[in-house]
Write a protein that binds this ligand. Sequence first.
Ligand code: HDD
Length: 752
Amino acid sequence: ATGETVDGMPANANKPAEYGKAAANPPVGQTVEPADESVAASTLSEANESAKTGEKAAAGVNAADGTLPRVRADGSGQAMTTNQGVPVADNQSSLKAGLRGPALLKDFILREKITHFDHERIPERIVHARGSAAHGYFECHEALTELTCASLFAEAGKRTPVFVRFSTVAGERGSKDTARDVRGFAVKFYTDEGNWDLVGNNIPVFFIQDAMKFPDLVHSVKPEPHHGMPQAASAHDTFWDFISLMPESIHTIMWVMSDRGIPRSYRMMQGFGVHTFRFVNAEGQARFVKFHWNPKQGTHSHVWEEAVKISGADPDYHRRDLWEAIEAGEHPEWELGVQVFDEEQAAQFSFDVLDATKLIPEELVPVRPIGRMVLNRNPDNFFAETEQVAFCTAHVVPGIDFSNDPLLAGRIHSYVDTQLSRLGGPNFHEIPINAPLAPLHNNQRDGMHRQAIHRGRVAYEPNSLAGGCPFQAGAAGYVPFPEPVSDVELRGKPEKFAEHYNQAALFYESQTEFEQRHIVDAFSFELSKVTVPGIRKRTVAMLRNVSEPLAAAVAANLGMEELPDPLPKAHEKAIKPELTRSKHLSLTARPGETGIRTRKVAVMVAPGVDGASVDSVAQALIAKGAVVRLVGPRIALIPTAGNGHVDADASFSNSPSPLFDAVAVPNGKSAIEALCKDGKALEFVRDQFRHGKPMMAIGDARRLFEEAGIPVDRKDKGLVLPDSAGSASNDAFIKALEQHRHPERETDPPAV
Ligand code: HDD
């Protein structure tokens, strides 16, 4: 039935039939062919690009070509049914004795619907609850058979499907994306010899050395248990109490307090396997290996105030950024690199390679690129895929093995265990997103929610009744590296684990001046939220072992009159590090290869704007792959100075400054006059300036900057102020945007 419409959108023509006598004969549900044919068929399939979805998945490169299509569901053109497949006649009212009568218990349709709804949620992850994911593939650069027999590295050009989930750690499932935090970087490789999960972070080191301390660490950072605050934040007493009593955490803390803790995008961060793993080749020879993901998009971050404002303007900022980039065909890409070294080399280092609070400086062991990962398809369904995906460090494949890192050892148990309670039983491997592409056969049976229907009478091995099948694979199977073990049982740590400060200092000394300033600010902010003075003091005492200037600056910001004595060290003799500065640890070391692609630029418009200058800037930016939004006082068609219009698709209220990487304000006398009187426009450009963004004002627009108090006469490569629109000024603006940010304008207090 075609109903009445409002501007082409169907009204609910069946609505009157829900009331009075008409209710006894519910009409067939209204279906309306969408006016736009491209949305007509499915709302789910890859064939229909407008409804979900980016490109059609390329054959052979997506997990979707394996286990997912059989479970994809699509209701287009179908009548509604219950979960038992019974057609539902009326989905509006419960079954009652009379129109005004009591509801009846026998209404199995209401009951099924509400019961299912009541059970829709599953427990959120205890850590990394908030995350976003995408499908893609890994492509091997060259055969690595000399190093590992892992099948995904067997030949040049080999592609293996992946599903990757990025996350914050501390916040709950509905928390904001731009909290200061470590980011999870978990990759599931669906290899042809089973699933390999590389469950890493965007920071190459971890807070603690032994899994024994993980529950303590997480309890300290999560909202305090008596009042449930703060959400998605480490700036509180319990966290810093724990940290300042656990000096092994200082190296990781330095990374989290740096700009790494507030990335611009999931697409613009590195990933690390953190632990030392092993590569094992077909001859059984093993080498140690550390895994690195380096983004082609470069490594970029927010500034703190911007991150804070974004969390109000768009708490889904990173989720949206990843989704939109993939929808737009801007598929993010990372290079996988490895640091490969052997036991003898490891023994020479001043630190222990089994200690997850230490990295291996790239000067000591260079990173060798071995492949690339491309994320090219968004999930169909957030819950089915992103929420139900189960990463486990225990999921390794032949050719990949563990080291004796005690943190890793604990993780091998923890992940499987948590999936049991989160996903409700031992069959979580059958959930489509978790199912391997490699066929699986064993004698494990039954359990909650079993999907497989095992045939035959035999569920044991050895057997003769099934011809001995499934038989054990022997040397073709997963054979652990035969590391010799002979020692006494004890609790304790190796000597080298006792040195906590060398690499924290290495990290700090390797940062640029502005990055160091941000670290000082981050410590100052976090500790200012701590209410117990003793905890602040103890943290500053710890910082004195990293850098005296850092400790002094933080102490000054906290109004501490005297510096506390440095925290006593756990080891007696100083251990000399191999190096005190590395050129690989600053974010500026990786500007990326994609220029201004996907960068979001606001072009500010108001009635009377010069249409030609809008076009000139917008076209130049779009040609370079930037995302341009025309931002005005409200979403509307805005008359230009001539007789034309421009379409403002964003407003100062719905898209404030922190959501943009740069702003361009076109010429236009009356437009600028209006903007100079608009507090939101003034706030917009002030924020852009404060957050170090590239800014262009064309002709009259310079007045808006002046009105906002922006020091337009300063020497600043990020301020482009041409008299009129044109290719030279567009090029200068694009160049400023390629630098992403202009931190040299930061002052304390800020100039505007
Ligand atoms: Fe963990 C989730 C990364 C130490 C126990 N962890 C989780 C996720 C990531 C990491 C990325 C989210 C996976 C997803 O997207 O579903 N965790 C790390 C890294 C660590 C680390 C890089 C140190 C090098 N984790 C760690 C330890 C333990 C855990 C020491 C426990 C002994 N982690 C868990 C967990 C989680 C988890 C409780 C929560 C949800 C899940 O596993 O699936 O088991």
